[in-house]
Design a protein around this ligand. Structure first.
Ligand code: FES
Length: 490
């Protein structure tokens, strides 16, 4: 089993030559001088690329920078489902924010699916974009499925109850959402990235406000570090699309979100190139649909060429359950698909807000020219497009029907309070943990470079992860995931 995202594997130049019209990965330069622009987007994942593209299309002058390579963060780690079906979600959402706002949430995501279809068609993007149904299913009970069905009907979301699926095991009930989609995220991203002024391997260390002698904000300055040295990009507006905002104040996102990890296997030996089962009880029939289990194990499935992707093993970052999550998935795969071979494996990290609605909008009430895109939970591909629809309107001071639902300044007290209490509790646990245990490795005795919580070992990724806000560090001390900005001192 190779530890590599399937999307990376099948977007390398040698592979891509065989794929008609696909765009090989282009190398972008790093920042090598001071720059200025109207809008600086920090983070060249799908959210940043789509938003930058949309703004440029509307005539804005945009620069986008990434600490590493475009799409090398969570975009390459996703299972790349484009859907408004977000697990067991709408029943709770209606209770939390009411029917009207919930309908807007669903409508924004429905529009996002159609916008993907339009872009793929308009630019003839060869990115394996396919319309598929998204299924929510249970092998135990139909109670939550029925609840979600009722919620979806209230919100006018097209869906139907069924027991017919492509899964090779029986289920109790499923809810099918038609006309959703799946794709290859890196092939898609590279086509839009090539249209932008993009700098890679250029890390933003800090962003400050530039004020005139009257104390009025004029521009923002992003301090950049690249292999060429230290530089400033001066911008009228800044968009933080870097997964987890790295500034603690303003915004206080570290106290409003946590991060979760999940794991994926790409299984071979089950389907042929056309997606037809080669063996098992469904032999000779096509695998259709994208699946998400509503039961405790939350397994997910989708096809990617001749591979079947099996996802699961969710846990809060820094709270690895001990047993290998890849091994757990391999065991599950051998039960579902006895002929399967685990060819590739990788993992993802997701930001979770208190009410599970992304933060898309003004970064804070004190910084009117800063914007943020974060908190996508497990559905970043679709919510990235939602962000690309909202932010241009906010920047151009036009009303947007969806902005209030996703506003980082929304007041969903139960969600915010829950997040504050949970994150506060987890942070105090992490901060108070002793490092005196003689059995701890030197790494585990290290404190996180964000706010000093005690790190825990993740055996699946051989990394040291922070339970407080989800920063992660490699064995050589390098930051793998923020909000921490600095490497561990070993
Ligand atoms: Fe905040 Fe570690 S991520 S203390």
């Amino acid at each position: 089993m190779q530890k590599l995202s399937l999307w990376e594997k099948f977007s390398e130049p040698t592979e891509i030559q065989a794929i008609e019209n696909a765009l090989p990965r282009k190398k972008y330069s790093s920042v090598s001088k001071h720059l200025n622009t109207e809008i600086l987007v920090i983070g060249a994942g799908l959210a940043g690329i789509l938003t930058a593209y949309r703004l440029q299309e509307k005539g804005h002058r945009v620069i986008i920078v990434d600490a590493a390579e475009a799409g090398s963060g969570q975009t390459k780690n996703t299972t790349a489902k484009i859907t408004l079906q977000h697990g067991f979600f709408y029943s709770d959402l209606i209770s939390d924010i009411g029917e009207t706002a919930s309908r807007l949430y669903a409508e924004a995501h429905k529009n996002a699916i159609e916008e993907y279809a339009r872009l793929v068609k308009d630019f003839s993007i060869s990115c394996d974009f396919e319309r598929e149904s998204a299924y929510l299913y249970s092998t135990l009970s139909d109670e939550k499925i029925l609840s979600e069905y009722e919620a979806a009907r209230k919100l006018d979301i097209p869906c139907e109850l069924t027991t017919e699926t492509s899964l090779p095991f029986s289920i109790v009930s499923a809810l099918r959402f038609p006309e959703q989609a799946q794709f290859h995220p890196l092939k898609f991203l590279r086509v839009l990235a090539a249209k932008l002024e993009l700098y890679e391997n250029s890390k933003v260390l800090d962003v400050t406000l530039n004020k005139n002698e009257n104390g009025e904000t004029q521009t923002s300055c992003a301090q950049i570090e690249s292999s060429h040295g230290s530089f400033i990009i001066e911008a009228e507006k800044i968009i933080f699309a870097c997964h987890f905002p790295f500034l603690n104040i303003p915004g206080y996102y570290f106290a409003r979100m946590h991060q979760e990890r999940s794991y994926v296997l790409a299984l071979s030996g089950i389907l042929d190139e056309s997606g037809i089962y080669q063996n098992g009880p469904k032999a000779g029939t096509p695998f259709k649909g994208m699946y998400y289990c509503i039961d405790e194990d939350t397994f997910s499935f989708r096809r990617a060429g001749s591979y079947l992707l099996l996802g699961g093993g969710n846990h809060r970052t820094g709270s690895h359950p001990g047993e290998s999550q890849y091994e757990m998935l391999k065991t599950a795969a051998s039960q579902f698909f006895p002929q399967a071979n685990a060819a590739f494996c990788w993992s993802a990290q997701d930001c979770m807000t208190g009410d599970l609605i992304p933060y898309i909008g003004p970064f804070s009430s004190d910084t009117p020219d800063w914007y943020v895109i974060t908190g996508f939970k497990k559905w970043g591909m679709t919510s990235s497009m939602v962000a690309a629809g909202i932010l241009p309107d906010l920047i151009e001071k036009r009303s947007n029907p969806y902005s209030a639902v996703f506003s980082p300044q929304r007041h969903n007290l139960s969600g915010e309070l829950k997040a504050m209490l949970t994150e506060g509790y987890e942070a105090s646990k992490g901060l108070l943990k002793s490092t005196a245990d003689l059995l701890l490795s030197p790494y585990e005795k290290k404190r996180c470079r964000h706010l000093g919580c005690k790190l825990t070992y993740n055996q699946d990724e051989d990394s040291f992860d922070c339970p407080c806000h989800g920063s992660r560090f490699a064995k050589d001390g390098k930051v793998l995931d923020g909000p921490a900005q600095e490497d561990l001192r070993l």
